[in-house]
Design a protein around this ligand. Structure first.
Ligand code: MN
Length: 233
């Protein structure tokens, strides 16, 4: 029997793949919090606490093609809309209890992403001990560039990560400064959830997070993964 629905099911959220016509269908978006020491310090912590996870809904993605400038709507309810440039890991092979040493074979590729944050709302929720969703998981909170397949991505673990706003440096660091490495992130994450093909992992942001406003142009990159360009509207 063919399934029918009371209304049309939502479209599959997907991200372009560099050099291939097929797109990457997205299952979940996991994010790592405070995974760079200097960012943890700028947020008022020591940088010695272990990182942690939160999620964004898959349909919060704003996929942007190479050579295009995506549109990022300024969200409601905030006066402090922050950028966080991040390396994104795309999972191609699922699994649970994955060891860091085996993590590489679960990775389909890498992308450049922005973990956009309503910082004022996130800070209110932190103070009250409430969930971060309203500060982190809002509509269009996850711009992302094309996914570069693993075999074309080069040595991402040794890459630079940076973000400019209107041509001026805001964030500049190295993936080597991750507190949890890519393999360790996958080990910790897959101990808590069973990873599925289509999962994306935003791996955390370095120091320099700050506010953007309407009309600002954000351009960011990680090593050889191309540039992610978005304008706030
Ligand atoms: Mn982040």
């Amino acid at each position: 029997m063919t399934l029918s629905y009371v209304f049309p099911p939502p479209p599959v959220t997907s991200v372009p793949v560099r050099g291939r016509p097929e797109r990457f269908p997205v299952h979940r978006i996991y994010c790592v919090g405070r995974n760079y020491e200097e960012h943890a310090k700028e947020m008022g912590f020591t940088g010695r606490e272990p990182p942690f996870f939160f999620l964004k809904p898959a349909d919060a993605l704003v996929p942007v093609n190479d050579g295009e400038t995506g549109t990022l709507p300024y969200p409601t309810l905030t006066q402090n809309f922050h950028h966080e440039i991040e390396l994104v890991v795309a999972i191609g092979t699922g699994g649970a209890q994955i060891r860091a040493a085996d993590a590489q074979r679960h990775i389909f590729g890498y992308a450049v992403g922005l973990d956009m944050t309503r910082r004022d709302l996130q800070n209110d929720m932190k103070k009250q001990g409430r969930p971060w969703d309203i500060g982190k998981g809002f509509d269009a909170s996850a711009p992302i560039g094309p996914i570069t397949p693993l075999e074309q991505a080069g040595d991402v673990a040794a890459a630079d990560i940076w973000l400019q706003v209107n041509g001026a440096d805001r964030q500049r660091s190295q993936i080597a400064k991750l507190i949890w490495s890519i393999g360790e992130i996958i080990e910790h994450l897959s101990a808590a959830w069973t990873l599925q093909p289509g999962d994306l992992i935003y791996t955390g942001t370095p120091e320099g997070v700050a506010a953007v406003g309407r009309g600002d142009l954000l351009v960011g990159s990680v090593g050889g993964l191309g540039e992610l360009r978005v304008r706030v509207s």
